[in-house]
Unconditional design. Structure first.
Length: 143
């Protein structure tokens, strides 16, 4: 029995850090402001990296939308502009804020209307192909 336990213990020691890193991202306060029917919507949240390695979100999808893009809003020559970006990188121990006027997830081509209180099923995908499922609550647009 000891011959079996020693190799098994060593294997667990080797794979435990990889398993811990798999769930290194935590998502809080995911929300989406209401928009008129047929209009694009944005997703905001806090992304916490509790792991020891950077994690880069490179793609996303959402139920009820044709496609999803990662965006950043910047001020250029006095005009607010939204630009698609390739990745959202969250450094170890850091929190990345996705918020109005900054980084966000752009929900494009809505296939139905969403109202206050609805939940949008969102999947974020990192550069290793791991998928992170979360729910974004539709809230009234802030004025």
């Amino acid at each position: 029995m000891l011959r079996t336990l020693i190799p098994l213990s060593l294997a667990l020691l080797l794979i435990a850090p990889a398993l811990a890193e798999k769930d290194a991202l935590r998502f809080t306060d995911a929300w989406t402001p209401e928009a008129p029917p047929g209009r694009m919507m944005a997703g905001f949240m806090e992304i916490h990296n509790t792991g020891s390695e950077p994690v880069a979100i490179v793609d996303a999808r959402a139920d009820g939308f044709g496609h999803v893009e990662l965006h950043n809003t910047t001020m250029e020559d006095g005009v607010m502009r939204m630009r698609r970006i390739d990745a959202l990188t969250i450094e170890p121990g850091q929190t990345l804020m996705l918020e109005p006027g900054g980084l966000h997830v752009m929900l494009i081509e809505p296939q139905r209307s969403f109202r206050d209180g609805d939940q949008i099923a969102l999947v974020l995908i990192d550069d290793d192909g791991r998928e992170y499922s979360l729910s974004s609550e539709v809230r009234p647009r802030r004025r």
